[in-house]
Design a protein around this ligand. Structure first.
Ligand code: C2E
Ligand code: MG
Ligand code: MG
Ligand code: MG
Length: 288
């Protein structure tokens, strides 16, 4: 019943459909709670320079601990929030919280990368609202990156494209997230409003023991290089993967091997430690 026929007769399966109808309704209801954002917090996963030691910034990732539903994963509730429109308020909360994090750090030498959804970017006032927020918090353009999934860009409308172009013009980088997984055609690369891409974990998983996987990721890196796009490789979990990636064109690395998502205070502590000592420190994992 939940399966819709796509225009070419294939079943289209979206992440939201993996969630049962009852669960969906529970999540929607819990999301409409008056002070629901009191149940949310952000964690910050470090993003490293290609040496794997120097921290360039963090990706902000939202966490929800609902009193009724327990821990709900963003992969489950973000698509639901997007469909119900709740993502606008949630997105605002994420932006504000991340900007406060930067403000509290009292530093300008790192960035926070924010995941934003189409509905946010389709708001004509989003760019102005966000840059004003940055101003009031004393945040400079190099401290913010915007991540948009490749699948979102495929169906980008003019307002969304315009928003992304405004960010790029004001020196705020725009990364295509989950690159290679979103049914985008290579032809679209000509016109995508982006300055960088994040190579999805799916390409990294078997890179160390499968020659075809290695060639695939090498090809993506070469395409990015030709388009002068910044490359972040995501989802690195093992030393052998890290070694396999060594000779590829890339700028930044992210993954559980190098750093797990951290709570606010641990993330701030991490950037205050000089790179050479950073590895000796151990941090508590984010509470789950
Ligand atoms: P994403 O933007 O691709 O974020 C990366 C996801 O991969 C995160 O999952 C992160 O915890 C996980 N990850 C990072 N390194 C590794 C690794 O080495 N191994 C494995 N197995 N996983 C790794 P998370 O936090 O569950 O987020 C899932 C997705 O939810 C994100 O994918 C993003 O699309 C979305 N999301 C998270 N926070 C936000 C947000 O504030 N706003 C929006 N719109 N979406 C968000
Ligand atoms: Mg992301
Ligand atoms: Mg990603
Ligand atoms: Mg992803």
């Amino acid at each position: 019943e939940a399966k819709k026929r796509g225009k070419n007769g294939f079943c289209e399966f979206t992440p939201t459909m993996a969630v049962s109808k009852a669960r969906r309704l529970d999540i929607e209801k819990a999301l409409s709670h008056r002070n629901v954002f009191d149940q949310f917090h952000l964690v910050y996963q470090p993003i490293f320079a290609r040496n794997g030691i120097e921290i360039k910034g963090f990706e902000a990732l939202v966490r929800w601990h609902s009193p009724e539903l327990g821990v709900v994963s963003p992969t489950e509730f973000i698509p639901i929030a997007e469909e119900s429109g709740k993502i606008l308020a949630l997105g605002e909360w994420v932006c504000k919280t991340a900007c406060e994090f930067i403000e509290h750090s009292n530093r300008q030498d790192f960035f926070v990368s924010l995941n934003v959804t189409p509905l946010q970017l389709e708001q004509p006032g989003f760019y102005r609202w966000f840059t004003k927020l940055m101003q009031t918090k004393g945040i400079i353009p190099s401290q913010i990156k915007i991540e948009v999934t490749e699948s979102a860009l495929v169906s980008a409308d003019t307002q969304m494209t315009e928003s992304l172009e405004l960010f790029i013009e004001s020196d705020i980088d725009v990364y295509i997230d989950d690159f290679g997984t979103g049914h985008s055609s290579l032809a679209r690369l000509k016109s995508l409003p982006a300055t960088g891409l994040k190579i999805d974990k799916a390409f990294v998983d078997d890179v160390s023991h499968c020659i075809k996987a290695y060639r695939l990721i090498k090809t993506i890196a070469a395409i990015a290089e030709n388009f002068q796009l910044t490359v972040t490789v995501e989802g690195i979990e093992s030393e052998s993967q890290l070694r396999a990636l060594e000779h590829l064109y890339h700028h930044q690395l992210q993954g559980f091997l190098l750093g797990k998502p951290l709570i606010h205070t641990d993330a701030i502590q991490l950037i205050q430690i000089p790179p050479t000592c950073a590895q000796e420190r151990t941090f508590e994992r984010e509470p789950t």
